[in-house]
Design a protein around this ligand. Sequence first.
Ligand code: AGP
Length: 368
Amino acid sequence: EQIKKGSYDHFMQKEIHEQPHSLTTTMRGRLKDGGVLLGGLKEHLKTIRRCRRVVFIGCGTSYNAALAARPFVEELTGIPVTMEVASDLLDRQGPIYREDTAVFVSQSGETADTLHALDYALENGALCVGITNTVGSTLSRKTHCGVHINAGCEIGVASTKAYTSQIVAMAMMALAIGSDQISTQARRNAIISGLTSLPNSVSEVLKLDAEMKELASSLIDSESLLVFGRGYNYATALEGALKVKEVALMHSEGMLAGEMKHGPLALVDENLPIIVIATRDACFSKQQSVIQQLLSRKGRLIVMCSKGDASAVCPTGSCRVIEVPGVADCLQPVINIIPLQLLAYHLTVLRGFDVDQPRNLAKSVTTQ
Ligand code: AGP
C-alpha cells in the first residue's frame, strides 16, 4: 500500500496532487482539430440534440459534478437541464420521459441508488448516458452510450480527481452536443483552448498546499464552516463542504449565495468561518456585495478570488484571501475546488482523523 502511495502519506493527498495528470488523461485524444471527439457518444449526438431535456442523475460528489456542468450544458446546447439526486428521483417516482436524455454520473459505476434510477429511466424509455470512471461497471454496461472519464483508479473514499475529471468530461460532452451551432462557435473555441491549458493551471493552484495547511490550522477548533457560491461555483460550495464534512468530520454547509439573506445571514457572527467564492465571472459584482453584507455583520471571512483581486473583493483588508489562477469562467470550478480539497485534507490530518477511510463511509455505496 505504501508503494502505491509513493511519496504521499495518504491516497486522498496523492489523488489531489495527481490532478494535472488525471485531467490530461481525461482529455487525451479527444480534443481534435479544434473540436471534440467522443467515440462513446458519436452515434447518439443527433438524438441528444433533439431531446426535450437533459436530466442529470447522481449521488454525492458525482451529483455535485453534474451540478457544476449544468450551466455550460444549458449554454452550449440550449437544452433545458434538470437535476436529480438518484434516491430522491426514486422516492418521488419523478417523471422521466422517452424524449429525455438521462445522464448518469458515477465514479464507481456501482452506486445502488444511481443504478436503480438507471433501471427506472430505462423502463420509462429515456436515452441513458453514463459518465463513469470504471470501464466494465454496471453503469457503463447498462447505459445506451457514454463517456469514460479515464481519471485512473481512485482509492480514497473522498472523491477528488474523479470530480474534476467528471466536470471536464461533461464539458467535452456539452461541446460535442453543441458542435452544430454556429452562433456559439467562438465560445466553444475559447472553452477548448481553456481545456488545453487547464492542467497547467491546476499545477499552479496546487502550489497553495502550504497556504491551505496554514488555513486548516486556524480552523481546527471550529465547529462549523459555511461555503457560499453561486452560478458556476454553486457546485464548488456544495462539494467543498461535502469534502470537509466527510473527511474532517466538521459540520459544513455549501450554500447558494443568493439565498443568504433568506435565512443563513442569521448565523453570521465573528466566530463562524465563512468561505465566499468570488472568482471572476458574470456573478462577480453580486459576490462583492455579499462580501460587503457579511463584513458589515462582522463575519469571519475567507474569500477565494482570482489572482490580483484581493483588494477588489476585500477593500477593508479584514478577510483572509485565497487567490487562484483564472481560467475560462465555466471551467473555473475545476480550479476552485482544489484549495478546498487541500483544506479538507489538512483539516483531517490536523484533527487526527482517518483520511482515506472516514468513519461510517464506504467508497462505493452498493446498498439502497
Ligand atoms: C465522495 O467524496 C463521496 N464519498 C460520495 O459522495 C460519492 O461521490 C457517492 O457515494 C457517489 O459515488 P459514485 O460516484 O461512485 O456513484
